[in-house]
Design a protein around this ligand. Structure first.
Ligand code: NAD
Length: 264
């Protein structure tokens, strides 16, 4: 897909990876960038700083189907067909097994939000034979998040849904990509506890480095976007010997806990 002249929507755009993507799409020549976030003021602030002909910051709860449908209709009516929709908003949730409330929130934001986009944005793309949906999942959706059960499970769900959509609409001229980074220096990572296994798994990338991978993958029309190249090798190891891979993750988790105790 080409970004020059494109109409783009980025959810979770008030912060971290979403804010960096919005800035990068504007810099790549998008005609209109819509920054949507639960944090409406934050979305407006990011949109206000964009350098592109049309920029819009809006409040949106991605886990509310009516709001997703209303935004899709508003953008199509006011700005034209959506060329690129980045379903990027995500929540990490609580450590451990979590409460039912944690699971409902994680499922709503990390899985159902993408379903609502599939229902209310993708059909128009399929009808006109063009457009691209980028779903931000996580390396946790390919491997595991050793600390956060709801995050690990729901990110697997988001990868599965992205794959399902890509299979379903292969002939339609619509593109699908699934972004699966490991640690990225954003407020979400900053909120993670000291003993975070994700933090211990390797150096965090900057959001702008993630954007480089996204731009390259969009130009190539590639589905899987892995800003951390090592994730590909971890996936291979996981498929080759699941017990060995699980032992490795347990060791990493123990190291993360040990390192945290040592610095407390
Ligand atoms: N930071 C990382 O290490 C990392 C690694 C892998 C994947 N990810 C994924 O990248 C995406 C962006 O995360 P980030 O690191 O930039 O986090 P972040 O916390 O900096 O930004 C997430 C944004 O999503 C918004 N949001 C949360 N719930 C929402 C809702 N219901 N409706 C609309 N917006 C909502 C928040 O207000 C926030 O602005 C997430 O899907 C996250 O799971 C992050």
């Amino acid at each position: 897909m080409t970004l020059s002249g494109a109409v783009v929507v980025v959810t979770g755009g008030a912060s971290g990876i979403g804010a960096a993507l919005a800035r990068r799409f504007a810099a790549e020549g998008a005609r209109a960038v819509v920054v949507a976030d639960l944090d409406a003021a934050g979305a407006e602030a990011v949109a206000g700083g964009l350098d592109c002909p049309v920029r819009l910051g809006v409040g949106l709860d991605v886990a509310d189907e009516e709001q997703v449908a209303a935004l899709a209709a508003r953008v199509a009516e006011q700005l034209g067909p959506i060329d690129l929709y980045c379903s990027n908003a995500g929540v990490a949730g609580s450590p451990g097994l979590g409460t039912d409330q944690d699971w409902a929130r994680a499922f709503g934001v990390n899985v159902l939000a993408h379903l609502y986009v599939a229902r209310h944005v993708v059909p128009a793309m399929v009808a006109r034979g063009s457009g691209h949906l980028l779903i931000t999942a996580s390396a946790a959706g390919l491997l595991a998040e050793a600390d956060l059960a709801a995050y690990s499970v729901t990110k697997h769900g988001s990868v599965a849904l992205a794959e399902w959509l890509a299979i379903q609409h292969a002939e339609a001229g619509v593109g699908f990509s699934c972004l699966c980074p490991q640690a990225v220096n954003t407020p979400m990572l900053a909120r993670a506890p000291g003993e975070s296994t994700t933090r211990a798994a390797g150096a965090a990338l900057e959001p702008e480095q993630v954007c480089d991978s996204v731009i390259e993958a969009l130009a190539a029309g590639r589905f899987l976007i892995l800003p951390h190249a090592a994730v590909h090798e971890y996936e291979r190891q996981r498929a080759a010997d699941r017990d060995r891979w699980l032992s490795g993750v347990r060791r990493l988790r123990a190291r993360a806990r040990g390192a945290s105790t040592a610095t407390d």
